[in-house]
Design a protein around this ligand. Structure first.
Ligand code: CP
Length: 313
């Protein structure tokens, strides 16, 4: 595998999930695979889980890991071709990325969207420049539109809690105080559309995601109706795609509480973290028996390890 930026880079989601579960059972079985190989991780934005889980995954495979926080402990990067760099940016990605490529065997980058221009964000121009100029296999640590390592960890977690029947999975919008980007929601939708599940997305009107990612998912504006019979409920806020980056609704009724779970099939509740307690999701769910959020976070290690293993082989 030369790049991991989307579910489209994977031919068989189920096989990759099974591979991750095998690694979870035997994390150190492939310690020789990454010997004398270096993974470079570039963070343009904050991270707890992605940063640490990807490092652990690489170490489990015997790799060396380099981590830089662009703009903090390296130089502020410029991404515009032909820019006259007389402002705050100090180094062009055309110069920095080949350096990373010369030091590393695989390069991972986190680059959030600016939420100012939909066209710019959805063109993935930052990720594309890293891919082009490093010349090495590329691992997305979350891009402007997608977060595939999170979605793979979510699929692993669902697989570990599968009911006997074909599961119903609901992605529900949740309130938030700030405009939040779309990658987790887009990506979860994309991976669910490739999984053996019945998939429903529920949100207030105006929060429709890009149909390129939601595919054949059912859209239901009535949250209570959407939750009927759900086995898994994935909670996430996102800002509007249509009115790009805008917050259109702050209705606290959309925050999941125990009461919201009544019509479900004793649903398990998921969230990628970080989250704002009692704004996005209630304490009673997070601290109760329905929550899978800590398992999702723990599975981030094996999602990253399965992907790195394929890149190394
Ligand atoms: N879920 C997730 O990607 O967490 P971090 O932003 O902390 O990496």
């Amino acid at each position: 595998m030369h790049q991991f930026t989307s579910v489209r880079d994977i031919s068989d989601v189920h096989a990759l999930v099974q591979e991750a579960l095998q690694l979870k059972a035997q994390p150190f079985a492939f310690q020789q695979l990454g010997k004398n190989k270096t993974l470079g991780l570039v963070f343009m934005n904050p991270s707890l889980r992605t940063r640490l889980s990807t490092q652990i995954a690489a170490q489990n495979l015997g790799m060396n890991v380099l981590v830089i926080n662009a703009d903090k402990d390296s130089w502020a990067l410029e991404f515009t071709d032909g820019a006259v760099m007389d402002g705050v940016t100090v180094e062009h990605v055309r110069d920095a990325a080949p350096v990373l490529g010369s030091y590393c065997d695989i390069v991972g980058v986190r680059c959030f969207p600016g939420l100012q221009s939909r066209d710019a964000d959805y063109s993935e121009h930052i990720m594309q420049q890293f891919i082009r100029h490093t010349g090495k296999p590329y691992l997305s640590l979350e891009s402007a539109t997608l977060h595939p390592l999170q979605s793979l960890a979510d699929c692993i977690t669902i697989q570990e809690h599968l009911p006997a029947h074909r599961p119903k999975v609901v992605l529900t919008w949740a309130p938030h105080i700030k405009p939040i980007p779309h990658p987790v929601a887009n990506s979860f939708a994309e991976w669910m559309c490739r999984s053996e599940v019945d998939f429903v997305i529920t949100h207030p009107e105006g929060y429709e995601l890009d149909p390129r990612f939601t595919g054949h998912a059912s859209i239901e504006y009535n949250q209570q109706k959407a939750l009927e019979g759900a086995d898994f409920v994935y909670v996430k806020n996102w800002s509007s795609y249509r009115d790009y980056g805008k917050v259109l609704c702050t209705d606290a009724e959309w925050m999941l509480t125990e009461r919201h779970l009544d019509p479900t099939n004793r649903a398990k509740v998921m969230h990628c973290l970080p989250l704002r307690r009692n704004v996005e999701l209630s304490d009673e769910i997070l601290d109760g028996p329905h929550s899978l959020v800590q398992m999702q976070a723990a599975n981030r290690v094996f999602a990253a390890q399965a992907v790195l293993k394929r890149m190394l082989t």
